[in-house]
Design a protein around this ligand. Sequence first.
Ligand code: FAD
Length: 382
Amino acid sequence: MNLELTEEQTAVRRLAADFTAREIAPHARDWDRAERVDPGIVRKLGDLGFLGLTLPEEYGGSGGDHLAYALVTEELGRGDSAVRGLVSVSLGLVAKTLAAWGDEEQKRAWLPRLTAGEALGCFGLTEPGTGSDAAALTTRAVRDGDDWVVDGGKMFITNGTVADVVLLFARTGGPGHKGISAFLIPTDTPGLTRRPIHGKLGLRGQATAELVLEGVRVPAAALLGPEGKGFSVAMSALAKGRMSVAAGCVGIAQAALDAALEYAGQREQFGAPIAGRQLVQELISDIAVDVDAARLLTWRVADLIDRGEPFATEASKAKLFASEAAVRAASNALQVFGGYGYIDEYPVGKLLRDARVMTLYEGTSQIQKLLIGRALTGVSAF
Ligand code: FAD
C-alpha cells in the first residue's frame, strides 16, 4: 500500500478541510443544540461533489477513488459527525448501492439528484424487533398485479424525516436471508409515515426516524436488484459503509487530538501548562496512537477496494477498531479538559456523545468481532 497521497487526493482533502473549517465546524454546537443541521448544507455538499464521490460522471458523480472518499469523510467527521453521517448514508449506503445494483432507469431517476444534493437517500434495514439479526426482518412486500404492496416498520433510520427516497428491505419470500428483496421507494408514497426520534445521546443534529409502512403500493420497477437478493444488496452496502464509518471515526479522534493539544498548551495548573505533565502527555499520546492506527486501517480498506481486492473483513477490522478508538480518544480528550470538558461550550463532550453510536450502528462491535472470527475460523458463531 502506497502511503503517499496523489495530487488529486491531497487537493480534495484540502477542499474538504477548508469547507469543514468554514461551513461546518463553526455551526456544529448550535446544530447539536437545535437538533437540526442547516438543510442548506446538503446543496453545498452536492456543489463540491462530496455527494458523488467514486460515482461515474454520467450520473452526476464526481469520480475519485475510495481513498479520496475516506479523506473527505474524515474531514467532515472532524467538523461534525451529524453532517458526516448524512453523507455516509445518502452517498455511501444509498447512491453507491444504487449505482452497483440499479438498472439504467433507476440510476437515471435518482443518481443525478442524489449526487447534486437535490435529493437525499436513507437506508431502511433495521426494524423495531430486528437489529443485529437483520435477516429476520418482518416488513413484508406482497406482489399485487404489476405492483408490490409493502407493510411493516423501520427503526432508527438516519435522514429518515428529510430523505426523498428510502432503500428499503422487505420480505418477499420465506424466512431467512434468501426471502429478502430491496426496493427504492419515494418517501412521499401514500401509506409511508415518518416519525422523528428525539432524545439521542449524540448525533443530535442528524434526523433519525421511525418509518411506518401501511399498504405502500409501488410499481414492479421499484425492485432494486433481483428478487430474493436484498440481503446481498444490504450486506454489500454495509461492507463499504463500514469504511466510511471508520473514516468518520478517524475524524472524531483527530478532532479530539487537536482540541486536547490546544487546551493542554493553554491551561495552567501548579504554575505551568498542563501539557508539561507526564500523565497529561500519556492521555495525549494515547489519542495520537489511536488516530494513526485507525487511519491506517481505514486507508488499507480504501486501497483494497480501489485495487478490486476482497475487503469485507478488513472493513470490519477498521470499523471495529476506529469506532472503539474514537470513543477512547474523545474520552481521553475530555479528561484533558477536566471539568470544562463536561460543558458543551467546549467541543470534546459532543465528540464523545457522537462517537458513542459508532460502536453500535452498521454492525455493533460484537457483530464485527463475529464477522472477523467467522472469516478467520471458517465457522459462524451467529
Ligand atoms: P441488538 O441487535 O438488539 O443488540 C443488542 C446488544 O446485543 C448489542 O450489544 C449487540 O452487539 C449484542 N448482540 C446481538 N446479537 C449478538 C450475538 N449474536 N452475539 C453477541 N452479541 C450480540 N439502521 C438502519 O437500517 N438504517 C440507518 O440509517 C440506521 N441509523 C442509525 C442511527 C442511529 C443513531 C442508531 C442508534 C441506529 C441506527 N441504525 C440504523 C440501527 C443500527 O444499525 C442498529 O441499532 C444496530 O444494528 C444494532 O441493532 P439493535 O439496536 O437492534 O441492537
